[in-house]
Design a protein around this ligand. Structure first.
Ligand SMILES: [Zn+2]
Length: 385
């Protein structure tokens, strides 16, 4: 940092910057002063600068759906169906119950560090285990990673205590409680000004069973409960995406988890077509490493699989879904990469896999990896280099 007049100043030059709310491409330089982005300009700076050799600056990732404590149960999905893995009596819960708190803490901490190292500085976790489960994760800090924690209850009497500790309620499924209990939970979350979210439309058989029993779809029930967002929507129809959009309810897609658990491929093409807001999550750590580079590149494959017309604009929208859109939704304490904001961003090196890109958005979505991370800035400080 240069110490001009007591101000801490640094210039990063020769870089492609994904700028502002829309990730517009600026080829030039960025000036950091006192932890803030002082200037973003095209061309070359007048002052001394760090030459990033054509690298990239982009916002950090927000992982909108995780279950980090099942880090203790990696690969236990082998030989099992999705309900046998994560259903109410699935192997995941047996593993969580039989693991000592010390081991669970160590495994979870390693996962949180991994998230930071792969460019994610906030995640939203669906925590199991009621109030104690929320408290357990809250105590495992990995600064500056921010954990938005949604808890679950087993009895409605737990809801007030849960909402006093958690950032909201994350329902494992809409089928496990009665309609009255669901309404009670939803009303309490809304009264407290906290989030209410649920897994929906992940498993086609369970979806059909839900519709037969309740005479409405899981999506319709999520809308009725006024959910803040829904997770998976793997089997949502175009009409359902339109309904979610009309009700201002975003979707969190977890395409790698869906594939590894054999439940299907989310229709990201329909989400783009309908304009419903969406984010990405990596879901259970027992299934997927929480690496958002991997998630967006897999999502890109899912999209191109059904729509080969998807190009630069669609890739830009996938990047927005992994960065800016959830940042605003979860009201996280940093902004887009633009002048006057905190200097919080990823610096990617343009080496090997990122050389000779003819399209920045599609190239980054398809090819960027964790080993491209040169530095992670958070409020002007380098936290990973
Ligand atoms: Zn989940």
């Amino acid at each position: 940092m240069d110490g001009a007049g007591g101000l801490s100043k640094k210039t990063l030059s020769n870089v492609v910057i994904l700028t502002g709310r829309e990730l517009e491409i600026t080829r030039g330089y960025l000036v950091i002063e006192d932890g803030m982005i002082k200037e973003i300009s095209e061309g070359s700076p007048q002052s001394r600068a760090v030459d990033l050799k054509g690298g990239f600056i982009m916002p950090p990732f927000v992982n909108a759906h995780t279950h980090v404590v099942d880090s203790v149960a990696k690969e236990l999905y082998l030989g099992r169906s999705q309900p046998q893995v994560v259903g109410p009596s699935g192997v995941k819960f047996k593993a969580l119950e039989s693991t000592s708190p010390a081991v669970a803490k160590q495994a979870t901490k390693a996962t949180l560090k991994e998230m930071l190292a792969t460019g994610t500085i906030a995640h939203c976790d669906f925590r199991e285990g009621g109030v104690a489960g929320v408290d357990f994760l809250r105590r495992i800090s990995c600064s500056p990673l921010k954990s938005v924690i949604l808890g679950r209850f087993s009895r409605t009497e737990e809801i007030p205590a849960l909402l006093s500790r958690a950032d909201g309620i994350g329902l494992p499924s809409l089928a496990i409680f009665s309609e009255d209990e669901m309404e009670e939970a939803a009303a309490a979350a809304h009264r407290a000004g906290k989030l209410l979210a649920a897994h929906v439309a992940e498993n086609a058989e369970e979806m059909a069973a839900y519709r037969n029993k309740h005479h409405r779809s899981e999506v319709e029930q999520a809308i009725k409960l006024n959910c803040s967002f829904v997770v998976h929507a793997t089997h949502c129809t175009e009409e359902e995406f339109l309904k979610l959009k009309a009700n201002g309810i975003p979707v969190v897609f977890c395409p790698r988890s869906n594939s590894l658990l054999g439940v299907g491929v989310p229709r990201i093409d329909l989400a783009l077509k309908t304009g419903v807001e969406f984010f990405f999550g990596t879901d259970n750590v027992m299934t997927c490493q929480p690496d958002m580079f991997d998630e967006v590149s897999f999502a890109w494959r899912c999209l191109r699989r059904v729509d080969t017309s998807a190009g630069s604009e669609e890739a830009r929208r996938l990047l927005l879904a992994a960065t800016i859109n959830p940042l605003e939704f979860f009201k996280l304490p940093w902004g887009p990469v633009e002048e006057g904001r905190a200097a919080t961003f990823l610096v990617l090196a343009r080496k090997n896999n990122l050389l000779h890109l003819s399209d920045v958005y599609a190239g980054l979505v398809n090819r960027a990896r964790v080993d491209n991370i040169r530095e992670i800035y958070c409020g002007g400080k380098i936290i990973i280099s």
